[in-house]
Design a protein around this ligand. Structure first.
Ligand SMILES: Cc1cc2nc3c(=O)[nH]c(=O)nc-3n(C[C@H](O)[C@H](O)[C@H](O)COP(=O)(O)OP(=O)(O)OC[C@H]3O[C@@H](n4cnc5c(N)ncnc54)[C@H](O)[C@@H]3O)c2cc1C
Length: 447
């Protein structure tokens, strides 16, 4: 059997590796138009903070590993057309410009996404607004960061906030403006009170945070800087960075398969598209989310590798279903760990849920503020969402809360949900249990 994979980033390579592991005799070819595979999009942060020695080290899968697995990786090859009826793809060798057709038994679409400005018009953004998802874009941007004194970052989702924090941490004296249309940073994931400590660090590091503001044009000035016009003000900056998520690269398939209104490809729980033997993974698809009607576009590496495994196992004849996620996200910014799982208040409103909330605040092992915010169903007390922040690594807590929401656990059940204890490590009563207990007590007092 022969599988062709379009795209050699995390989704394409993970699919290839899993498939070769279970079907070593299968032919698996990955076509990637760039020279670099599986670049970690936040590589700039890793490099600037010294977590990797060079930008090229920000790579999830190495070429050596791919070759060792027996995957036929063809870099600098672009798929320029697909012919589903004949089960073949048109391949352009970008080094020689030669074009040929290659047939497949199974085809995996892993073309991912590209960052595109949504608010600015084509004429006004042009080359002046930078994004940095690929290795090449990140390399160019790094050189510009070195040369810049003032930088404007547009958007305070994880991408923008992590970048601004990197600048605070490296302390090279960049003058940073951070622009957000909402009333607080990271507002798609956290309530205002949970991000207040990060906003304070920004203020302490002279990051100019412009909330409730929107950029509507960017233009070059005679002095080499760019003029950023927002709804409230005008700013001059050497460099403008758009910190936005990508949009699915589905242009190649225009009109040939079923897509959803957000331009993602419609797939079932095995990542099968509406065309037989054709699968789509990673940033090309939207996901079912626990407690949410319809699907949500959550382009993340963890989703990408999970869907890649689902597609590979289906092709191999050992189907594993993709199940709903909880939109579990996690970051470490300005010395704080933050995790968001399931519904925020905004989402609960959007979904028309009757809910209550509870905020538990205490001190963590470092004596710093530890917060757990719960959103739960008003009648059943089923936990719908959780947000957690602290100065210690909360990875395990976040994954635990993800399972709590996935399994529809109630606040009452959470009071006694099992958590481990060791006297040298933690307290016998986990803060999750304590928070749930306090929440129940508050509800009882209200009755
Ligand atoms: C700045 C930034 C930071 C991010 N940080 C994080 C993070 O910290 N954690 C996290 O979980 N997620 C993060 N993400 C999201 C993450 O990068 C994506 O979810 C992930 O890259 C998706 O992987 P993918 O394989 O689906 O697609 P992509 O990484 O988009 O790759 C698609 C590949 O397909 C190739 N391709 C496209 N069309 C063709 C064609 N016709 N022929 C040949 N090749 C083609 C492209 O060149 C590309 O290499 C970040 C995104 C951005 C923009």
């Amino acid at each position: 059997m022969k599988t062709i994979i379009i795209g050699g980033s995390h989704g394409g390579i993970q699919t290839a590796l899993t498939l070769k592991k279970v079907k070593p005799k299968d032919t698996v070819i990955v076509y990637e138009r760039n020279d670099f595979i599986s670049f970690i999009a936040s590589g700039i942060n890793l490099y600037l903070k010294g977590a990797v020695k060079k930008l090229a080290d920000a790579q999830l899968f190495k070429e050596k590993e791919v070759a060792k697995a027996g995957v036929d990786l063809k870099k600098r090859h672009e798929i320029t057309a697909v012919d589903f009826a004949e089960k073949r793809v048109e391949v352009k060798n970008l080094a020689t410009n030669q074009v040929s057709w290659e047939s497949y038994d199974s085809l995996v679409l892993a073309m991912g996404s590209t960052q595109k400005s949504v608010e600015l018009s084509e004429e006004s953004d042009g080359d002046f607004v930078k994004t940095y998802k690929s290795f090449a874009e990140s390399q160019t941007l790094l050189a510009e960061i070195e040369a810049a004194e003032s930088i404007t970052i547009v958007g305070t989702g994880y991408i923008g906030v992590e970048l601004a924090c990197t600048f605070c941490q490296i302390g090279k004296g960049h003058k940073i403006n951070l622009i957000e249309s909402g009333s607080s940073i990271l507002n798609r994931y956290y309530e205002e009170k949970l991000v207040a400590s990060v906003e304070t660090v920004f203020k302490e590091n002279n990051v100019k945070l412009l909330l409730n503001d929107t950029v509507f044009s960017v233009a070059p000035l005679a002095n080499g800087k760019k003029l950023v016009k927002t709804t409230k003000t005008e700013l001059e900056s050497d460099l403008i960075i758009y910190a936005i998520n990508g949009r699915p690269n589905t242009g190649l398939l225009e009109g040939q398969m079923i897509t959803l209104p957000d331009h993602t490809i419609k797939v079932n729980e095995y990542m099968e598209t509406s065309v037989p033997d054709v699968y789509a993974v990673g940033d090309l698809v939207a996901y079912p989310v626990t407690n949410v009607r319809g699907r949500m576009y959550t382009p993340l590496v963890n989703e990408t590798v999970r869907t890649a495994n689902v597609a590979a196992m289906k092709i191999a004849g050992m189907p594993v279903k993709y199940q709903a996620n909880q939109r579990t996200t996690f970051t470490k910014v300005c010395g704080r760990y933050l995790g968001s799982i399931g519904m925020t208040v905004k989402q609960a409103d959007f979904e028309g849920r009757d809910y209550k909330t509870f905020l538990y605040e205490t001190k963590d092992g470092n004596g710093e503020l530890l917060q757990l915010f719960l959103v739960f169903d008003e009648v059943s007390y089923v936990v719908l969402g959780a947000q957690v922040t602290g100065s210690e690594n909360l990875n395990g807590v976040i994954d635990y809360l993800s399972l709590v929401i996935n399994r529809q656990v109630t606040v009452e059940e959470l009071v006694t949900m099992d958590c481990a204890f060791h006297p040298e490590i933690n307290l016998p009563y986990h803060f999750i249990n304590e928070a749930a207990l306090r929440c129940m007590q508050k509800q009882l007092r209200r009755r």
